[in-house]
Design a protein around this ligand. Structure first.
Ligand code: FCB
Length: 417
């Protein structure tokens, strides 16, 4: 293969505040403390079937401290050092999120010091010629807002718009790309359907209602940014699944159409007039054969997810009806030993290029994640990073696949084969 990616294509990686910063106080803080023992006890029954579990992760996952975000990667203090590495690795863009609980620790009270901190973060990226992709909300909430009901609070959209106004007017001259919400439906699904994330309330009614609230919140936030910065590019990062048919039967086709509509289209359709681009987060396909998740159990990642990097092609092509630029805002895998990551990148990026050739207007690829980090209720053991972070010393070690990716970044993907 020899065609390269479009001119100006962004290459980089992503993180989120709670997963890397350290020292946060938000709705997860108390929950982590209250649930660490339970999560440590449950790890074996949840993951013990994975190959290599006992040798690789068993011990770490059985320790309660694995489930406390604590100092995380100390990225709040080490962001310059981390951006130096990203720069050295040929990245041209970087996605990160703002920690709302730092910026507005009490309702309506904004912390000027924290706003300045994030201004420095944005400037540190600009200084290194890394295009900032700034996420306003990557799931964690200030405690005062969680106490009001979080994403179920009727005032949520109003609060989110007020926070957007404050922070976007401070950073807006230096930011071209804003992501209002990260994977809204994954958050609502984990909180209100699976009830595994705080505040763990299983209710279909709440799940649906929370999604409607988040749609409203996005629209209000979009309007605020565009009012102040008409040229800004604003979108969300949407988790999309490739539903694939094992056999082309009527039942399978009906299942696929319904699942695709509900999972991939419902939310996006509702915000179509309020987004300038689509941020694609892609991790999985779902093979349908008289039911869902009939994926062959071939190669699995450390988390037991199927290794199927080519599915990003379909996910991208299915976004073409929206006729918007697409940025891949997350795509990656948990792979501590770095044995699969290079092949993952090659196949993912080949599939991205095929999607571009097929008409998808893809303009950037941000790998998840720059750093090993705090993977929510699973804690630190899953290693998504291009950079390994030693849990004891927090030393950064660049994995070999990061050097391979660096070559692709520098050549604008010319040798993706
Ligand atoms: C995505 C999340 C991100 C990270 C990856 C593995 O769904 O947006 O924070 O947890 O999964």
């Amino acid at each position: 293969m020899n065609t390269s990616f479009p001119h100006g294509f962004f290459w980089g990686a992503a993180t989120s505040s709670h997963q890397v910063e350290g020292g946060n106080t938000n709705d997860w803080t108390g929950w982590e403390k209250g649930n660490a023992n339970r999560l440590a006890r449950e790890a074996l029954s949840k993951f013990g079937h994975l190959s290599g579990w006992t040798e690789k992760f068993g011990k770490e996952a059985a320790r309660p401290e694995n489930y406390i975000s604590g100092i995380a990667c100390d990225h709040y203090r080490r962001y310059e050092e981390d951006f130096d590495i990203a720069k050295e690795l040929g990245h041209t863009a970087h996605r990160f999120s703002l920690e709302w609980s730092r910026i507005e620790p009490q309702e309506g009270v904004f912390d000027a010091k924290e706003i300045t901190h994030y201004h420095h973060v944005v400037r540190a990226l600009r200084y290194r010629n890394l295009e900032p992709f700034v996420t306003l909300w990557h799931w964690t909430l200030p405690s005062w807002l969680a106490q009001k009901g979080g994403v179920l609070a009727a005032e949520f959209p109003h609060c989110f718009a007020r926070y957007t106004e404050k922070i976007s007017s401070a950073l807006g001259d230096d930011v071209r790309f804003w992501i209002t919400l990260n994977e809204p439906d994954i958050l609502t699904g984990h909180v209100y359907r699976k009830a595994v994330w705080p505040p763990q309330e299983k209710s279909l009614r709440k799940y649906l209602y929370a999604n409607l609230i988040l749609i409203d919140a996005h629209k209000k936030s979009y309007a605020v940014i565009k009012k102040n910065f008409p040229n800004a590019n604003v979108g969300i990062a949407k988790h999309q699944i490739s539903f694939e048919l094992a056999r082309n039967t009527v039942t399978n086709r009906i299942l696929k159409t319904s699942a695709h509509f509900l999972w991939n289209r419902w939310f996006l359709d509702r915000i179509d007039d309020s987004q300038d681009f689509i941020g694609l987060n892609h991790y999985n396909r779902n093979v349908i054969d008289n039911g869902f998740l009939k994926n062959p159990r071939n190669q699995l990642t450390d988390l037991g997810w199927e290794f199927s990097p080519e599915s990003i092609r379909q996910a991208l092509l299915e976004l073409t009806p929206y006729q918007k630029p697409i940025y891949i805002t997350e795509n990656g895998l948990a792979d501590q030993d770095d044995t699969l990551r290079e092949a993952f990148l090659t196949t993912s990026l080949r599939s991205v290029r095929e999607a571009i050739e097929g008409g998808a207007d893809v303009r950037g690829y941000l790998y998840w994640s720059l750093l090993d980090n705090f993977e929510w209720d699973k804690g630190f053991w899953p290693r998504f990073g291009m950079i390994d972070v030693n849990r004891r010393t927090l030393a950064r070690n660049i994995r070999p696949s990061a050097h391979y990716f660096a070559k692709l970044c520098r050549e604008n993907g010319a040798t993706v084969s």
